[in-house]
Design a protein around this ligand. Structure first.
Ligand code: SF4
Length: 318
């Protein structure tokens, strides 16, 4: 069952006198109890796509068209008040830096209890019991005493667990995890991803994972959407994507992935375009080894490689 569907989302930034488009017809859907990963280099628009869902875009950004259906209702038609409720209780954000979500002036327990009070209407011993359950669920040891700690007394991994506990405490149906492990070391990264997998399987929570890390994606995501310069250029289920990556950008990303097969590690030449950079045709053309004349003039449509695998590139019979 589809729980979230983004349809033809277009967004741009007002930069002084000029409006600069940044997202072009973004469409994807997230199934209940599944993990969809949006993957791409920094600045490709993946975080902005995710923040559009929560309506947490910068003041200079404007969604010019599109629809974002959550349980059949268009989030873009909701008031700020309605969105506040949805953000707190239905769709939760797990940020790259958990300190941006934890208030350093209050104990982690106070912050968790406040959420439980607002979203579950509980207080006193009942609320504390729920808070301990939430900490247990995310495997924070000595939960009762840990509730009394301030954020600075938690390690990076522990803070991220606390944020996930808060999302679980308000029974969020969707977690938007924006580079949730980038600030953590490899062992803790694996533990957090394992925790997210557990939540997905056991609580049927849907997860939108935003990352630049294809290794993380290959091990965790059910479905993949590759973004480049504000467009989704390839989508496929995990196995299909890694068995048959089709877009030249996806192939280049994969070649830059460390593997244990002894293959030479390659980097993608050049840089992704900035917002102000004008590139005609396919925006990947200056970096693409397969670039043809048409690529510099026209933008390729998205076509079906299989019923579940889509790609936007002239090499695929556009
Ligand atoms: Fe490369 Fe052309 Fe395909 Fe763009 S459309 S990825 S430039 S081959």
């Amino acid at each position: 069952m589809t729980i979230l569907e983004v349809k033809n989302l277009n967004l741009g930034f007002q930069c002084e006198d000029i409006f600069r488009p940044a997202l072009f017809g973004i469409s994807f859907s997230l199934e209940q109890g599944k993990m969809l990963s949006i993957v791409g280099e920094s600045g490709c628009g993946k975080t902005m796509s995710a923040m559009s869902i929560l309506q947490l875009i910068p003041k200079t950004a404007k969604i010019t068209s599109g629809e974002i259906f959550y349980n059949g209702e268009d989030l873009l038609k909701k008031s700020q008040k309605e969105m506040q409720h949805i953000r707190g209780s239905k769709i939760a954000l797990i940020p790259q830096d958990p300190m941006t979500s934890l208030n350093p002036l209050y104990t982690v327990g106070d912050q968790l209890l406040e959420i439980i009070k607002i979203h579950q209407g509980l207080s006193g011993d009942e609320a504390i019991k729920k808070a301990i359950e939430a900490f247990d669920m995310v495997q924070i040891p000595a939960a009762k005493s840990r509730l009394k700690n301030y954020p600075h007394e938690f390690s990076g991994g522990m803070k991220q667990r606390a944020i996930i506990a808060m999302a679980l405490a308000c029974n969020a149906e969707i977690l938007i995890a924006d580079e949730p492990t980038t600030a953590l070391d490899v062992t803790i990264q694996a533990q957090i991803m394992h925790l997210l997998q557990d939540i997905k399987t056991n609580k049927k929570t849907s997860i939108l994972l935003i990352t630049h890390d294809l290794a993380l994606v290959s091990e965790n995501a059910d479905n993949i959407a590759v973004m480049y310069a504000g467009r989704i250029v390839e989508t496929a289920p995990n196995e299909e994507f890694f068995a048959n990556p089709t877009h030249p950008y996806s192939k280049a990303l994969l070649k830059s992935l460390p593997s244990n097969k002894g293959t030479k590690l390659e980097t993608i030449k050049g840089q992704p375009p900035t917002l102000s950079q004008q590139i005609d045709g396919c925006k990947f053309n200056p970096r693409c080894d397969y670039c043809m004349n048409i690529c510099k003039k026209e933008i390729p449509n998205t076509i079906n490689i299989t019923p579940t695998h889509q790609c936007a590139c002239f090499l695929n019979g556009n």
